[in-house]
Design a protein around this ligand. Structure first.
Ligand SMILES: *Cc1c(COP(=O)(O)O)cnc(C)c1O
Length: 365
């Protein structure tokens, strides 16, 4: 299947953001987007990269009513010679198909998916910022478009990919976050859809997030929904703790999103000879080890920030600090190592980096 490209006329293209320090996240989209349609009995058809535009949906399009909507998030990085890299894109592609399966949505052919990402990123390569830590965020999405009321798996879908320039997550260095432990609300339950990137999970998380924000906290630290005892995730990231000299993260037991960054952190930490343990960790253990000093670090992992140190945890009306509210050594080490692999600044012993554009022969200043 050939991906058609219809380019936006030059004079209709948007101005690129001038000040890379003001990019932020999710505010800028490029001039084009990829889309492909699906109909039961016909399969996927009409793959095209075309000028960015509004979608047309019937008011009864099923995604608007019954939540068949899944997405992914990955980035393209500019290397020192203006070469362009993706980071472990097949992990996102495979995970999106796991999400699709769980919500009775059609599978996307892995090769077309990767080809679409590559073609879109290369076409939009001028939108990849140059500054340290900046990148092009890529957002594949699939929605049910069949026009019908009544709950059933839809027979028509739209898959699309948009991209946008994003700024450095830590323009002024690490800023450890403050977490609020929610005992009242749940994000996901075992047997539900917490392990996939489905839109509904984020809707479910907003209310508790707002409570946390209103209390002055950055994000919610979610506990398991049945016992409200074991730590699961933080906001939209996976969570790690350093207790003694072990790096501990909750196991993927059905309600936790299997983060690509989580897996990269585990692999890299083992490679750096750190002992990594995937096991349930209770909030009581986190608080107790924070009090007795054996909790050395806590950090979150995700595509947006790579590694995000946690400085404080609020639990049952009390605030506990971790590492004096400062970034830990392991968090910083893992952050720097992963970043350097992503940007082509050091060897990639794990084969994570995928070069999609060659760039120039000489390094840029
Ligand atoms: C996307 C996401 C993560 C992180 O996944 P990465 O692949 O590392 O970006 C973690 N938790 C939730 C709930 C997420 O949506």
């Amino acid at each position: 299947m050939e991906i058609k490209i219809r380019k936006t006329p030059t004079k209709e293209r948007k101005a690129k953001p001038r000040d890379e320090s003001k990019l932020g996240f999710g505010k800028v989209v490029t001039d084009h987007f990829f889309n492909i349609k699906y109909k039961e009995g016909k399969g996927w058809y009409h793959p095209v990269i075309e000028p960015y535009r509004k979608l047309q949906l019937d008011p009864t399009a099923m995604c608007l009513h019954y939540g068949q909507e899944i997405f992914e998030g990955l980035k393209a990085y500019r290397g020192p010679k203006d070469e362009i890299y993706l980071f472990r894109p097949m992990e996102n592609i495979k995970r999106m198909n796991v999400s699709a399966e769980r919500l009775c949505m059609p599978q996307m052919d892995e090769e077309i998916f990767l080809e679409a990402i590559k073609k879109l990123v290369i076409l939009e390569k001028e939108w990849i910022p140059h500054g340290e830590g900046t990148s092009l965020y890529i957002r594949p999405t699939m929605i049910a478009t069949e026009a019908a009321l009544g709950v059933h798996p839809a027979s028509e879908y739209l898959f699309f990919i948009v991209a946008g320039s994003v700024g450095a997550y830590y323009p002024q260095g690490f800023a450890p976050t403050k977490m609020y432990v929610s005992e009242e609300y749940s994000r996901a339950v075992r047997g539900g859809i917490g392990h996939i990137k489905a839109a509904g999970n984020y809707a479910a998380s907003l209310y508790a997030s707002r409570i946390a924000t209103n209390m002055g906290y950055t994000q919610v630290l979610w506990l398991d929904s049945s016992e409200k005892r074991y730590v699961e995730e933080v906001g939209t990231s996976n969570i790690f703790f350093v207790i003694g000299n072990e790096l501990i993260t909750p196991p993927l037991a059905g309600s936790i999103l299997p983060g690509v960054t989580r897996n990269s952190v585990i692999t890299l930490a083992k490679h750096l000879k750190t002992k990594v343990v995937e096991r349930p960790i209770s909030i009581d253990e986190v608080i107790a080890t924070s009090k007795n000093g054996s909790l050395k670090e806590a950090f979150a992992s995700g595509t947006a920030a790579v590694v995000s140190p946690v400085g404080h945890i609020h639990f049952r009306g009390k605030e506990y600090s971790i590492n004096g509210g400062k970034t830990g050594v392991l968090a910083e080490k893992l952050y720097n190592e992963i970043l350097q692999i992503q940007y082509g600044l050091k060897a990639d012993p794990f084969g994570w980096r995928v070069k999609i554009f060659d760039g120039k022969k000489t390094a840029r200043k």
